[in-house]
Design a protein around this ligand. Structure first.
Ligand code: CP
Ligand code: NVA
Length: 294
């Protein structure tokens, strides 16, 4: 049984096929309008979500399917009943399950049961739907990611881990700019250290020079303590930072944005920013993912 848990579970060939399918769906949605007829997508969000929730719901409906969001509190996910037993029951009614939670190990464990295709809708560890969709947005704006330099500025978090996994496959140049406290804290955990196209620095200029795309995300992810915010005060992405990058560089943010914290409101609203297109593309890539799993 197929699942969509982490970017590292896939080959370039497979990810290219999914993004190509996403482009086809975006171009000609009518052609796909009954591909999921009589199918039901279940969703469990243990954390907040706007884009993932809406893009999966509307995306699956546009493929002709039904969507059922299960409130994890109401079904007592892993409290009233074990997640495994809930899954065994759900299997008899639904065809796929999106889970967003703070427990990546549980998402992986549920996928190994092979009773229902599982999609990771974001965990404490990774956010693969976001990064695969971001590859489409990069492709639409600046061309093939393989020949580009991407710079991440901010926290070592779930979105960055998926981006690093993508870099390991596609070998594009990835510069990661993190405050020194964050580098120190994650030193032993940072994957991908021995890779000539991968660099970590705490100096913005060093990481941003020649960048074709600058990405950031919240300084404090859902479920984390806000005490770490203090380390990021000199790491806002703004028009001054963009000036150091390539002339045509784009700005990306998975959203939600904390305006005038990790990104200036001015940059978010500027021509360089592709964040709204980035949010829209989530739907097409996730439609392609479900079509691959179903
Ligand atoms: N980027 C993203 O996943 O947004 P939501 O948290 O709103 O789903
Ligand atoms: N890193 C952020 C991403 C939100 C889409 C978080 O986990 O809160």
């Amino acid at each position: 049984m197929k699942h969509f848990i982490d970017i590292s579970d896939f080959t370039i060939k497979k990810l290219d096929l999914i993004t190509q399918k996403a482009k086809q769906i975006k171009k000609n949605p009518k052609k796909f309008s009954n591909k999921c007829k009589n199918k039901t997508l279940g969703m469990i969000f243990e954390k907040e979500s706007t884009r993932t929730r809406v893009s999966f719901t509307v995306g699956f409906q546009k493929l002709g399917g039904n969507v059922l969001e299960l409130n994890s509190e109401s079904i007592g996910f892993n409290k009233r009943e074990s997640a495994q037993d809930i899954l065994k029951t759900l299997t008899q009614f639904i065809d796929l399950l999106v889970i967003r939670n703070n427990d990546h190990k549980l998402i992986k464990k549920l996928s190994t049961l092979n009773s229902l295709p599982i999609i990771n809708g974001l965990s404490d560890f990774s956010h693969p739907c976001q990064i695969l969709s971001d590859m489409l947005t990069i492709n639409e704006n600046i061309g093939n990611i393989k020949n580009k330099q991407i710079t991440w500025i901010g926290d070592y978090n779930n979105v960055l881990r998926s981006l690093i996994e993508l870099q390991i496959l596609y070998k594009f140049k990835l510069n990661v700019v993190l405050p020194k406290e964050i580098i120190k804290k994650n030193q032993s955990k940072i994957i991908n250290k021995n890779n000539k196209n991968f660099m970590i620095t705490n100096i913005i200029k060093e990481g941003v020079q020649y960048a074709d795309c600058i990405m950031t995300d919240a300084w404090v992810s859902m479920g984390e303590k806000s005490t770490k915010k203090k380390y990021f005060k000199n790491y806002q992405v703004n028009t001054e930072v963009m000036k150091i990058a390539s002339k045509e560089a784009i700005f990306m943010h998975c959203l939600p944005a904390h305006r005038d914290e990790e990104v200036s409101s001015e940059l978010l609203e500027s021509k360089r920013s592709v964040v709204w297109q980035q949010a829209k593309n989530r739907m097409f890539v996730q439609q392609a993912i479900v079509l691959d799993l179903i």
